[in-house]
Design a protein around this ligand. Structure first.
Ligand code: NIG
Ligand code: FE
Length: 415
């Protein structure tokens, strides 16, 4: 892989560190003006003022490939740490029903919602899912997303949950976006276990989790902890069993109702607690005092016409916030980073600096990747975005616009 010197960059804007930033630290960005980045073996070898970096690199290696980036801002590749991007079918009818006022949980209780995607996903072949997933990841890459977390949860039986996770692992090897996989068997109770949710939990723990562990199909285990779906007690049981088997933990927590999911995730040392629209004050405190990253999903709240998670309150209390899309066929059929950033800043009152940290370093921390990506620092993967504008603040000023001009993934230009 050729060495690469990005020169005369108008501005580099990046958080720094190998762990999530909490509270006030989230708004601290390192800004370099007229800067350079030197990339070797797919990693960042040096970053700093152009005068310093370029002369040192050119002295040792006069033939290094040079890319001029005058007038451009360079930021870390975005990380999307919460998606359900792999599924069969679509649910446009349900979207229309919800616009007409039918609640999300009512559609699920009627056997629709997640269970209707489950049927379409069980019917889809691995090849069909692979092609669909590949095209979605390619579009995410055009929006600057270089690392994505993907959850299962639309198979709900052993065969189809494994099918989803195996397709994701094949995608990880065959296209540029890095993928991290999560087993979300506890996404809904499938029809074969109707009214027997504890039996379904037994099935997951006794028959599915051992297979996922044996074949190394997922790094994390997640649960949809919500009124009428899985209780806090069931979520705790599943996550404790997962922890004993060495999985990292995640939790869909306090999305529609305040059930104590945020506090449970913090107490179990989960890597993340996600959604949190209805998080209680006690659970905000618990999250602030833990290492658990609070992953907020503003596009879901927007699409569901719900109030946003209390991001400002959470940051001011000392939580580490990440942002993610939650892309899925039901509650949020978008992976638009420009939309997420706009909602985070304009609607949720995060600062632009906090939002950038939340979509890069803190998002990487929410999937256990803060040591290898999420910032522009020596030793990290060379996952960089060259923006069309000279200043990162254009990311929100250009509301809803895609400002990504070039994506560099692992040191390679993607187009
Ligand atoms: O994160 N809340 C649960 N899971 C998804 C929705 C999945 C679906 O409706 O298909 C979410 O919003
Ligand atoms: Fe989700």
């Amino acid at each position: 892989m050729p060495e690469l010197l990005l020169r005369h960059i108008a501005q580099i804007a990046t958080p720094e560190g190998k762990a999530a930033h909490h509270g006030a630290a989230m708004k601290k960005l390192k800004i370099y003006l007229n800067a350079a980045v030197f990339i070797r073996d797919g990693r960042i070898a040096a970053v700093g003022p152009d005068a310093v970096i370029s002369s040192a690199v050119l002295q040792k290696n006069p033939n290094v490939k040079i890319v001029e980036a005058a007038g451009k801002c360079v930021i870390p590749g975005f990380v999307d740490p919460h998606t359900h991007f792999l599924f069969g079918g679509a649910r446009v009818e349900e979207f229309v029903n919800r616009l007409e006022g039918v609640p999300y949980l009512e559609l699920l209780q009627r056997g629709g919602g997640i269970c209707s995607t489950m049927e379409a996903t069980r019917e889809a072949s691995a090849d069909e899912l692979y092609e669909k997933g590949k095209s979605i990841l390619q579009q995410m890459l055009h929006l600057g997303v270089t690392t994505v977390e993907g959850k299962s949860g639309y198979g709900l039986d052993l065969k189809n949950e494994c099918k989803l996770l195996q397709v994701m692992q094949k995608l990880e090897k065959s296209q540029p976006v890095s993928l991290v996989t999560t087993y979300l068997g506890a996404h809904a109770v499938p029809p074969e276990y109707e009214c027997r949710s504890d039996d379904y939990v037994d099935f997951m723990l006794d028959e599915v989790l051992p297979v996922i562990q044996q074949y190394n199909l997922a790094e994390f285990v997640d649960v949809f902890c919500e009124t009428g779906v899985f209780t806090v007690r069931q979520a705790e049981r599943i996550l404790q069993a997962a922890a004993r088997r060495g999985f990292g933990l995640k939790l869909h927590a306090d999305e529609m109702n305040s059930t104590g999911g945020g506090g449970l995730a913090a107490g179990l040392g989960a890597v993340s607690a996600d959604h949190l629209l209805a998080v209680s004050e006690d659970d905000i405190q618990a999250l602030a005092q833990s290492k658990t990253v609070a992953v907020l999903l503003p596009a879901t709240a927007f699409c569901m016409r719900k109030s946003y998670a209390p991001a400002r309150r959470m940051i001011d209390t000392g939580c580490a916030i990440a942002l993610a899309s939650d892309f899925n066929p039901g509650s949020c059929y978008t992976y638009s980073v420009p939309l997420i950033l706009a909602l985070a800043v304009i609607a949720m009152h995060m600062t632009m600096e906090e939002a950038l940290t939340a979509m890069t370093l803190n998002a990487a921390a929410a999937i256990g990747r803060a040591k290898s990506c999420g910032s522009i620092e020596p030793g990290k993967q060379a996952d960089l975005l060259i923006l069309k504008e000279p200043d990162y603040r254009h990311l929100v000023y250009g509301t809803g616009l895609n400002l990504v001009e070039q994506v560099i993934k692992g040191g390679e230009f993607l187009w």
